[in-house]
Write a protein that binds this ligand. Structure first.
Ligand code: BGC
Length: 464
């Protein structure tokens, strides 16, 4: 690409931003699909007259699909490429949204949500991967936190649209409206270039160079990056063999699983999926109050994610996580205690809401984005695809268990003890973080890998 004029430089920047925006749209859909069920569920329950157990399945069927989707997309994104995988995801988003909006029985709704889940699973694996391969080095790190931000914005947007449709109890519209962003994603992905790294891995260096030269400021930059890709491709991905033969790698995979289990068992999604129900338990009988309360939950989740973006590279991962689990334990613990005593005055009601919001802040400033950041940092290059597939699938399986047990826990243990269980788990996670989680701030990924493979303790693999 001879002579990079200012004009072509600007158009390359615009192109890169456009590409990142489109890929991040997948994060938005992830959030929309997580958030939408909270407001729709009470109306679905009434319309279909379903039991608590069936409601849990309506919620969790999506996570089941997502776990399958995440595992499948590891294979699909290396076979078909990231772009085609994202396209397949977008098509599934469209089908799943329309089908769930038109479902005529609880069983059909559950099946439609499995399809939606497949889409979310593909998006949650492929979009961050594509982003990290296409984003210029300087902004690669912040991309994952920004991706989390898109998820939280998606959740908030779903809560808002649920609220708008709630007066009419129009749950089909709540679920169906997501078709619009899904179609936008589908059209957008069509214009995305293939990932240069994937093209190079397939041996098509010429196309890889062409894509890079459209996305980078100068042709030298594009060449340099292609050389780096060529270099890194010498390390063949052989995660499964490595997993069988190398106990140090197994430790990294275990750490990824543990991190995601911890993120989910904080209880965050109990609130994401059942927020209106929790407001009802806290004494807000009126649906409008419950819906607006849920919107505030979504808004606080978005805003507190900025705290994490600011803290992650200054404070580091470990202190931020410990603080987050403490805040979450206190929020859940006090909420449980208030439910135990009984919430009888408006003051008590608002204090309960404050505790709920405190929990949300604790999650969004710590475990929300940080677990994804850590999971992408701890896997050695050779087993990266495998390690991240396993941890992403774990996220969804643990998510499903939480979604599938909350109402049963409320019915069998009672309201207060259910919240105490989650408070206790958060206390336990403080200890686990101190004992096992490494600090990876300001350390290169190569360094982490060397420490891991030399057999250093997990909590020390980030040491210089
Ligand atoms: C989690 C989701 C959760 C979301 C809430 C993500 O990091 O993986 O399960 O619903 O954060 O903001």
């Amino acid at each position: 690409m001879p002579g990079n004029t200012n004009k072509s430089r600007t158009s390359n920047k615009v192109m890169t931003l456009f590409v990142c925006f489109l890929a991040a749209l997948a994060g938005l859909l992830f959030g929309l699909d997580i958030g939408v069920i909270a407001g729709a569920l009470p109306f679905i329950a009434k319309d279909f007259n379903v039991t608590a157990h069936q409601q849990e399945w309506i919620v969790s069927s999506m996570m089941f699909g997502a776990a399958v989707g995440a595992v499948g997309s590891g294979w699909m994104s290396s076979r078909l490429g990231r772009k085609k995988s994202l396209m397949a995801g977008a098509i599934l988003f469209v089908i799943g949204s329309l089908w769930s909006a038109g479902a005529t029985s609880p069983e059909m709704l559950i099946a439609a949500r499995v399809v939606l889940g497949l889409a979310v699973g593909v998006a949650s694996y492929t979009a961050p991967l594509y982003l990290s391969e296409i984003a210029p080095e300087k902004i690669r790190g912040s991309m994952i936190s920004l991706y989390q931000l898109m998820i939280t914005i998606g959740i908030l947007a779903a809560y808002l649209s649920d609220t708008a449709f709630s007066d009419a109890g129009a749950w089909r519209w709540m679920l169906g409206i997501i078709t619009i962003p899904a179609v936008l994603l589908l059209i957008g992905v069509f214009f995305l270039p293939n990932s240069p790294r994937w093209l190079a891995a397939k041996g098509d260096f010429r196309s890889a160079e062409r894509v890079l030269s459209r996305l980078r400021d100068t042709s030298e930059q594009a060449k340099r990056e292609l050389d780096e890709i060529r270099e890194s491709l010498k390390i063949k991905q052989s995660g499964w063999q490595l997993f069988q033969s190398n106990s140090n790698f197994r430790r990294a995979v275990f750490l990824g699983v543990l991190l995601q289990v911890m993120q989910q068992f904080t209880g965050m999604n109990v609130i994401m999926y059942y927020a209106p129900k929790i407001f009802e338990i806290a004494g807000f009988a009126n649906t409008t109050q419950q819906m607006w309360g849920t919107v505030i939950v979504g808004l606080v989740n978005v805003l507190a994610t900025f705290i994490a973006i600011g803290l992650v590279d200054r404070w580091g991962r470990k202190p931020t996580l410990v603080l987050g689990f403490m805040v979450m334990a206190i929020g859940m613990g006090i909420l449980g205690t208030m439910l135990h005593i009984g919430i009888h005055s408006p003051e008590a009601q608002y204090f309960a809401v404050a505790m709920l919001l405190m929990f949300i802040v604790g999650f969004a400033m710590s475990a929300g984005p940080l677990i994804w950041v850590l999971c992408s940092e701890i896997q050695p290059l050779k087993g990266r695809d495998f390690g991240i597939t396993v941890s992403t699938a774990t996220n969804w399986i643990a998510n499903m268990i939480v979604g599938a047990t909350f109402l049963t826990m409320l019915n069998t243990l009672g309201n207060a003890p259910t919240f105490w269980v989650y408070a206790g788990l958060n206390v336990f996670f403080i200890l686990l973080t101190l004992a096992l989680i490494p600090e990876t701030k300001n350390v290169s990924l190569e360094h982490i890998e060397r420490n891991l493979m030399q057999g250093k303790k997990l909590r020390d693999i980030g040491q210089k």
